[in-house]
Ligand binder design. Structure first.
Ligand SMILES: Nc1ncnc2c1ncn2[C@@H]1O[C@H](COP(=O)(O)OP(=O)(O)OP(=O)(O)O)[C@@H](O)[C@H]1O
Ligand SMILES: [Mg+2]
Length: 686
């Protein structure tokens, strides 16, 4: 066990990081980490992790290994503060001696799932990320150098100019995607780096190079923790520390080179020519015990024995139980406990000074806006299809209401046409939902990794969508205005264009709000359609505003409805100053003002520009609301979750069965233990 002094480690980082923080590095300690999925009904309360202890130090790379479903991702999520809300974590995670929230920029985390913008090329993805995060003081050439260096490190030169790929673009391969995800995170040489199965989908040579790069990063004074699936022998040797998990319990934690010795001493030595990781997993994976038993019962008994000669006749569950017990009382566990004590007593430096090391907000804003613009212009589903439909619909409206004129019947035609344009045309914003959701996913990932703030994102999202919203509005307004011949004056065309831009921008904002609240595309479309339906109904065409029930529908809905203000402005723009033929020929002409007040129930005491101002005000309100939701959604749910977790923990602890005995989630293993320990969390009583 290495006993380095905390203040004397490592060289400085390559990207001009804060000197002090580099010298010290990140010391992560976890004590008695238990994660449970509570169940207060008749089901079992399942332990995903069971009293794990460990630590990670700078200059070392740790592998978390274990069979599939053993809790590797759960452990990484617990350490990074990103556990799902339905599980409860107890125990301590200390960073440099202090409890700290590690979400929102605390750590870099390459998740098991790759979340990337599919329309960008590999090089673009990496360089946008570099521009978003590397300090603004760095020159363009320096940034490019880092980008190219990272592309090379991850072996991505061949696919650097290929797009990543999405639903309509076939892009790079799965292994290449994985390497892009890693490249994006290692760009800034983070002090604490988590990776969840970075080598999945890679061949053994690529996996070796990727892990070699990670090892170099670690040996440059950083702390790297990575879960890994069945590494080859060479790959296995690259890791300094090993955390071996099985069903949420520690099988072994300590330096990798001692792991073979541990297995040997426990009575399960690794055969000389076998890959150690193969051997370890064979010993502890009891998921296939039943299958093995069946095979053994059949004629293939010889084959099985030849596969596992060293394991004798013991079942894997028994081997596992023995290893857990052995580790608990081993010198490795004692050494780990001692080191944990040392590190946790260290009241060291208080986190990294982030502001020095990140890009200035305006650089983030321009980069993000540019990236978003590129994405929107390449993704056909984002705006282009909608633009085509807008044009097709406008041509339909134009031909149906062609040269509408000023006859008595034209009054109703103009009303219906105006209502269709400002009401129904905005409905099409729903079409962008899949892209909204994709963008929100990328935003959440980047926000969790601390790339930029919420306000920068909201502003950039508005700025990048603005040209497209304008394009759609100008196309719709121009086609309909000239075909229907509403008014000949150009200023009226400008007004209706602005009115449409305002209304569509509000609907876009509402859709983004919905996209940030719902988990998937289908729910988003349903809720979005419902919302726009209500807005159309209360806009003043289907039911005039004075006739709306006062409670709720008129106050406040009609006032916060962009459609009501937008439609009123559009009608004023169209009708004020016009005269229409009367119902009975020879009677007095009908004035636009009279039609507006008596037939359409609109208020004309103020100008149409105030209506437009109201739409703009509602747009700003929506953007502020979007900000508030993104800003407070997580803290609020975190707060509610902590209350829930506390109460749930109290309830669970009251159970006599919640004790620290090894828990076996499968019924078939319970015979190995005395009855008292079977009354664990998996007891059928609970
Ligand atoms: N939020 C959750 N709610 C309920 N069960 C969960 C939750 N998260 C994980 N689990 C369960 O916990 C166990 C461990 O899951 P985890 O994802 O940590 O495994 P893993 O070791 O990463 O597996 P793999 O190698 O397949 O990625 C699994 O049985 C999984 O079904
Ligand atoms: Mg996993």
């Amino acid at each position: 066990m290495e006993n380095k002094s905390i203040t004397t480690s490592t060289s400085s980082g390559s990207n001009g990081d804060d000197e002090g923080s580099e010298k010290r590095g990140m010391y992560l300690v976890w004590e008695d980490i238990t994660v449970v999925v509570p169940n207060f009904g008749n089901g079992h309360t399942k332990r995903l992790l069971n009293g794990l202890n460990g630590y990670a130090e700078p200059n070392r790379i740790m592998a978390i290994m274990g069979p599939s479903g053993s809790g590797k991702s759960t452990l990484l999520d617990s350490l990074a503060g990103r556990l799902a809300r339905n599980v409860i974590l107890s125990g301590n995670v200390l960073l440099n001696g202090k409890k700290r929230r590690l979400d929102y920029g605390g750590v870099a985390y390459v998740t098991q799932e790759d979340i990337l913008l599919g329309t960008l090329t590999v090089r673009e993805t990496i360089s946008y990320s570099a521009n978003l995060r590397l300090p603004s003081r760095m020159r363009k050439e320096e940034v490019n150098e880092i980008v190219e260096g990272t592309i090379m490190e991850m072996g991505l030169e061949d696919c650097a100019d290929r797009v990543i790929g999405n639903w309509h673009l076939r892009g790079i391969s799965g292994g290449e995607r994985k390497r892009v995800s890693i490249a994006v995170e290692i760009l800034t040489r983070p002090c604490l780096l988590f990776l969840d199965e970075p080598t999945t989908g890679l061949d053994s040579a690529s996996a070796y190079f990727v892990v070699q790069t990670l090892r170099n990063i670690a040996h440059d004074g950083k702390t790297v923790i990575s879960s890994i699936h069945q590494p080859s022998s060479e790959l296995f040797q690259l890791f300094d520390d090993l955390f071996l998990l099985s069903r949420g319990q520690t099988i072994y934690f300590g330096p990798t080179e001692n792991s073979l010795e541990f297995f040997g001493k426990a009575g399960f030595p690794c055969p000389s020519r076998r890959n150690p990781s193969d051997h370890f997993l064979r010993c502890i994976n009891s998921d296939f015990d039943t299958v093995t038993t069946t095979i053994m019962a059949s004629q293939r008994i010889h084959e099985h024995n030849s596969l596992t000669p060293s394991l004798g006749n013991l079942s894997t569950a028994a081997i596992r139980a023995k290893l857990i017990e052995r580790y608990r009382w081993s010198e490795y566990a004692t050494a780990a406990r001692t080191r944990i004590k040392q590190i946790s007593n260290f009241e060291g430096y208080d986190g990294e000074s982030k502001s020095k090391n990140e890009a200035k907000w305006w650089k983030q804003l321009t980069t993000l806006t540019h990236r978003s613009l590129v994405n929107m212009s390449r993704d056909v589903g984002y705006y282009w299809i909608r633009l085509a439909i807008y044009i097709a619909l406008s041509l339909s409206v134009g031909t149906i209401f062609f040269d509408v004129g000023t006859s008595y019947r034209a009054i109703f035609a103009r009303g219906a046409c105006g209502a269709f344009i400002s009401g129904f045309m905005t409905f099409l914003s729903i079409g962008g939902f899949p892209s909204f959701i994709e963008e929100m996913k990328v935003f959440y990932k980047e926000r969790l990794n601390g790339y930029y703030g919420i306000s920068v994102y909201i502003l950039s999202n508005f700025l990048s969508s603005f040209p497209f919203v304008s394009m759609m509005s100008i196309a719709t307004a121009t086609i309909t205005y000239y075909m229907v011949k509403f008014r000949p004056e150009f200023s009226h065309l400008c007004y209706i264009t602005l009115d449409l831009i305002g209304c569509i921008a509000v609907v876009e904002s509402s859709m983004m709000i919905i996209a940030s609240l719902v988990p998937n595309f289908l729910m988003g479309v349903i809720i979005g359609a419902g919302y726009i339906g209500v807005m159309m109904m209360t806009a003043g065409y289907f039911r005039q505003i004075p006739d709306l029930p006062k409670f709720f529908w008129r106050y406040p809905i009609s006032y916060i409805n962009y459609g009501a203000w937008g439609l009123q402005g559009a009608f004023k723009n169209d009708l004020l100053g016009l005269e229409f033929d009367p119902l009975v020929p020879g009677g007095p002409k009908l004035k636009g003002e009279t039609i507006l007040t008596t037939m359409l129930g609109m208020r004309i005491e103020y100008s149409k520009w105030w209506d437009l101002a109201a739409v703009v005000f509602i747009l700003i309100l929506h953007r502020v609301l979007f900000f508030i939701i993104l800003r407070f959604k997580d803290p609020a749910s975190h707060f509610l979750y902590s209350i829930y977790a506390k109460q749930a923990m109290q309830r669970i602890k009251k159970r006599p069965s919640f004790r620290k005995t090894p828990s076996f989630s499968s019924k078939r293993h319970q015979t190995l233990h005395p009855l008292s320990s079977q009354e664990g969390l998996n007891s059928p009583i609970h």
